[in-house]
Design a protein. Structure first.
Length: 62
C-alpha cells in the first residue's frame, strides 16, 4: 500500500470521491495507489492539500 492509500483512508474518502475533487478518474487513483503510475507535481500538491499532509509524506515509502 502507498502513503496515498493510507492518507485517503484517514481522510475518509473513496477513490471516486478523491478523483472527483482533483479532476481525474477513479482508475487513475487506483493506479497511483498500486504504484503503477505516479501523479505529477501539481497533482501531488492538490492531493496533499486535500488529504491534509505534505507532498513529502505522500511520496514517502511506507
Amino acid at each position: 500500500m502507498t502513503a496515498l492509500y493510507n492518507y485517503r483512508h484517514k481522510a475518509g474518502l473513496t477513490q471516486a470521491q478523491l478523483a472527483q475533487k482533483i479532476g481525474v478518474s477513479k482508475a487513475c487513483i487506483g493506479m497511483w495507489e498500486n504504484g503503477n503510475r505516479s501523479p505529477n507535481i501539481s497533482t501531488l500538491k492538490k492531493l496533499a492539500q486535500i488529504l491534509d499532509c505534505t507532498v513529502d509524506e505522500l511520496i514517502a515509502d511506507k
